[in-house]
Design a protein around this ligand. Structure first.
Ligand SMILES: Cc1cc2nc3c(=O)[nH]c(=O)nc-3n(C[C@H](O)[C@H](O)[C@H](O)COP(=O)(O)OP(=O)(O)OC[C@H]3O[C@@H](n4cnc5c(N)ncnc54)[C@H](O)[C@@H]3O)c2cc1C
Length: 393
């Protein structure tokens, strides 16, 4: 049995390991001059490779029932065992799993060493420009294979090799590809306040789409000259489809009433200060100035001179700072792809095509888009394992 894997990223390497362990001869075609290049950039070089809380709810897809089956019995324990078998124990920080060494290079190396130990051939520097089915087998780079695994990634971070070519290959085999969008990416706001550039704040963010509050996240928001960034914002980005409002609660630890009471009491002895200085222990000055303007208040007026109504308007501005989102940053800044090969045309337990026998898919090429927190790499390992294992039988 000969298996070809197109793409030597996370999913391609996992599928190569599982196919080779199950006895197939494996050839991995990788366009870059080394395998696992994107892995080196993940988790800020630490590779957040899974999460202690794996569940279908952490993934966006047009066909959710697929993930119920595909992830069944392949939660965090699966990733932990797989990496233990490669000599990479994991450590977990706030649910996020990393290699104990905290080195992404160790993960890429371990996968590569295992492929080589098992006799898989890693053909780097080979950008495949076509593949076809010939009498139940597959022609790749003028060679015949019994099985073909497409693990070419999506379109995020194209400089690292994934330029969307996999979607063309999938379409060539008759598969439907749902329109790809950049995901886990920064949001661009209408008339952003450039004075906020570089400011960070722990906040609660809410995405409003079509007038409905569709998702809420907490974490550090980063304000930029074009809009918003930071993990909670990237989590919301998967929902952007041309229209979205993001409402930021800059002081989520207080509800409206308790914050109004607390600030009123403080104003009794600190009332001579203007709002930015008065709030200095709570928030960055630029955010307070922005909140004053949003509330229609003069930022230079001392807080003690505000009426209760004005103070309440200011509290409202802190708790509901709204941004109209007009777009996302593009593929070079995106961490992953929303959309991809339609899951309705793939078997969830084996990742085999329902249209072409012997053809398999793994990783970001499929219409599976995980949250920040190790979910996308977890999908690469799970789908790669399923594809590799079943391709070999
Ligand atoms: C900066 C950054 C940080 C990230 N951090 C995390 C994180 O911490 N945790 C997490 O879970 N996810 C993270 N992700 C997302 C995660 O890295 C991807 O979802 C995952 O790598 C997808 O794996 P893949 O193998 O499907 O695709 P890829 O890793 O994109 O691999 C696809 C491979 O196929 C090759 N290829 C494509 N076309 C061809 C062709 N025609 N011929 C030959 N080779 C081809 C490419 O060169 C590439 O090596 C991050 C992404 C980025 C960009």
């Amino acid at each position: 049995m000969r298996t070809a894997v197109i793409g030597g990223g996370a999913a391609g390497l996992a599928s190569a390991v599982f196919a080779a362990r199950a006895g197939s001869s494996v050839t991995v075609f990788e366009g870059n001059d080394r395998v696992g290049r994107k892995l080196l950039s993940t988790g800020n070089g630490r590779c957040n490779l899974s999460n202690a809380d794996i569940s279908p709810a952490r993934y966006a897809t047009a066909y959710p029932p697929f993930l119920e089956t595909a992830l069944e019995g392949r939660g965090f324990g699966f990733a932990r065992e797989f990496f233990a078998s490669l000599g990479v124990p994991l450590t977990v920080e706030e649910g996020r799993a990393y290699p104990r060494s905290m080195r992404a290079a160790a993960v890429a190396d371990a996968l590569r060493f295992e492929c080589l130990r098992l006799g898989a051939e890693l053909r780097t520097g080979v950008r495949v420009n076509g593949a076809e089915a010939v009498k139940g087998r597959f022609m790749v780079e003028d060679e015949m294979f019994d099985r073909l695994i497409l693990a070419c990634g999506g379109m995020a971070a194209p400089a690292l090799g994934s330029d969307g070519f996999g979607f063309r290959l999938a379409k060539g085999f008759g598969h439907r590809v749902l329109e790809p969008y950049p995901a886990l990416v920064q949001l661009r706001a209408l008339s952003p306040d450039k004075s906020l550039k570089g400011v960070r704040a722990e906040a609660r963010v809410t995405a409003i789409v079509g007038g409905r509050r569709v998702r809420e996240e907490r974490g550090e928001v980063q304000f930029t000259d074009y809009g918003l960034s930071g993990v909670p914002i990237m989590q919301l980005s998967t929902l952007f489809r041309g229209e979205m409002e993001v409402v930021i609660d800059l002081l989520p630890e207080w509800d409206f009433t308790s914050l109004t009471e607390e600030l009123s009491a403080l104003a009794e002895h600190l009332g001579d200060l203007p709002p930015a200085e008065f709030m200095g222990g709570y928030l960055h000055k630029s955010l307070t100035r922005r909140a004053c303007l949003n509330a229609g208040l003069d930022p230079s007026r001392p807080v003690g001179a505000l009426t209760l109504r004005e103070l309440k308007a200011l509290v409202g501005a802190f708790k509901n700072m709204s941004f109209k989102i007009v777009g996302t940053n593009s593929w070079p800044q995106a961490q992953t792809t929303r959309g991809g090969v339609d899951l309705r045309e793939i078997e969830p337990k084996t990742m085999e095509s329902r249209l072409v026998r012997g053809l398999y898919f793994a990783g970001e090429i499929t219409d599976v888009c995980g949250d920040c927190g190790g979910y996308n790499l977890h999908w690469a390992w799970v789908s790669g394992a399923a594809a590799g294992e079943s391709a070999a039988h």
